[in-house]
Design a protein around this ligand. Structure first.
Ligand SMILES: [Zn+2]
Length: 477
């Protein structure tokens, strides 16, 4: 594929611009992951599928991609949840980490290179905070540390937030702590009774939410990297604050290209539990919705457009997939003509690959990419009708479909769910780690039936666990 000509709409600057990674041919991508205190909903999944389509598309276009996704396992919500259940923080978050990994696997998401957890990177966060304090960008107050927005000249450059126009009440952070200025946001929170804490030069406490992404992205991708993604709801204050922290501490640009996916709405309305239109993947599977149709629907709308989720839309996705499946069926069973024109198919395959590539390269214009696929389906169906396929053509058509499906991940996606049992693919490393964490949680809760079930399930999928005083190790059979 051709790596030149790729364009993205960069939220930083709000314009479409040519994409050039720092190192030719290699792309580092950081994607904000979930806060692991509940099961993600389909709005979250839309963002994660956009990021999956982005990584797959860049690979399809010839780039080597390293994707890092954090898991926020320490914040107000996880701490409150663990406290209410009387569980240690890691025991409380483990099943949510496991269900997140299972949702991604069910939707055929290619796993990220790493899923670092905030609690594993406290040292890196403290190092950044120390530098910010030394250079006057941060200050200590009563065991907590705050970022001083007044000291950061270009604060607001991503979101357009004007700090000089901020009124009292428009707080950048809403915490019940004393600050110099209501706009300042917390970097380190002094411990409160009953909360988990880590030692620090400023006393025991825990990191603020924003600092974790500054620390973990630098740990894996360096102080400056290519692409940072997230949903638009993370644009402000989260991403604005990441920029403020990282650039003030490091003195170099943080991220070259920012990409944000729009909201998902349901039947034209904001999704909410009170409206009864709130869905998790599990809710949809329980209604018999195929994850393949859901994946198709969620990736088929351009990431910068609001996606209106409806059950009619799912029917449409299913119909589109049926058209592709029927096509594959016809290709596999097509009569072979003697003395056919080989040239004719080659032209169509080339048009498919180039049209599909051009669509993805144009700020991930998936509609244009899919249009070239359905043009191909229509034209080759015509060739089959006219008995114009020759020996080997069927395999060339399927190879072309497999090639574009490396980006879509939906044409040859298994019909079943990850829990379907027979013929399941071997689990990914992250699934295994998550299952081990869930098993540890089950054992801590003395739920030995569940812990045995997880072990047996992994064994059935070719993964053997070994418990030792240092923890659980695993290997593939
Ligand atoms: Zn983040």
């Amino acid at each position: 594929m051709d790596r030149r000509g790729v364009k993205f709409f960069n939220t930083l600057g709000r314009r479409l611009e040519p994409f050039e990674p720092l190192e030719p041919g290699k792309v580092g991508i950081y994607t904000c992951g979930p806060t692991v205190y509940n099961t993600v909903h389909i709005g979250n999944l839309r963002t994660f599928l956009f990021e999956d389509l982005l990584c797959r598309s860049l690979r399809f276009l010839g780039f080597e991609v390293t994707q890092i996704m954090n898991l926020t396992d320490v914040d107000d919500k996880t701490i409150r949840g663990a406290f209410e259940k009387g569980l240690a923080l890691d025991v409380y978050t483990a099943p949510f980490i496991a269900s997140f990994a299972a949702d991604l696997a069910t939707l055929n998401v290619v796993p990220a290179a790493a899923y670092p957890r905030a609690t594993q990177h406290i040292d890196g966060m403290q190092a950044i905070i120390t530098r910010l304090l030394a250079s006057g960008y941060a200050y200590e107050s009563d065991g907590s540390v705050w970022f001083r927005i007044a000291a950061d000249d270009d604060y607001g450059k991503l979101s357009g937030f004007r700090k000089d126009e901020a009124r009292v009440g428009e707080r950048v952070a809403s915490d019940e702590y004393e600050t110099e200025d209501v706009r300042d946001f917390v970097l380190w929170k002094g411990v409160k009774p009953g909360e988990p804490s880590w030692p620090s030069p400023w006393g025991p406490g825990r990191p603020g939410w924003h600092i974790e992404c500054s620390a973990m992205s630098a740990a894996f991708l360096g102080e400056t990297f290519d692409i940072h993604c997230g949903g638009v709801d993370n644009l402000f204050p989260h991403h604005e604050n990441e920029i403020a922290q990282s650039e003030s501490a490091n003195g170099v640009p943080f991220v070259r290209t920012w990409l944000h996916s729009e909201h998902l709405i349901v039947d034209g309305q904001k999704m909410s539990k009170s409206l009864g239109n709130f869905y998790t993947l599990g809710d949809l599977l329980a209604r018999g919705i195929s994850p393949r149709a859901l994946r198709y629907l969620l990736i088929s709308v351009h990431y910068r457009q609001k996606l209106n989720f409806t059950f009619a839309g799912l029917d449409g996705a299913r119909a589109a997939l049926t058209r592709i499946d029927d096509f594959i069926d016809r290709v596999e069973n097509a009569a072979i003509a003697q003395g056919h024109e080989e040239e004719k198919l080659s032209v169509k395959v080339e048009a498919l690959i180039s049209g599909f590539s051009a669509g993805l390269a144009d700020d991930l214009n998936v509609s244009a990419a899919l249009a070239s696929l359905f043009d191909f389906v229509r034209e080759v169906n015509g060739m089959i009708d006219r008995r114009e396929l020759g020996a080997g053509d069927g395999e060339r058509i399927l190879a072309a479909l497999r090639q574009i499906d490396s980006a879509l991940g939906v044409i040859f996606m298994p019909w079943g769910t990850a829990a379907a049992g027979d013929g399941e693919p071997s689990p990914s490393d992250v699934e295994i780690e998550s299952a081990i964490a869930a098993r540890k949680a089950a054992r801590a809760a003395k739920n030995f039936a569940e812990s045995d079930r997880i072990r047996d399930d992994l064994a059935a999928r070719g993964v053997v666990l070994e418990d030792s005083p240092q923890g659980t190790r695993w290997k593939r059979r």
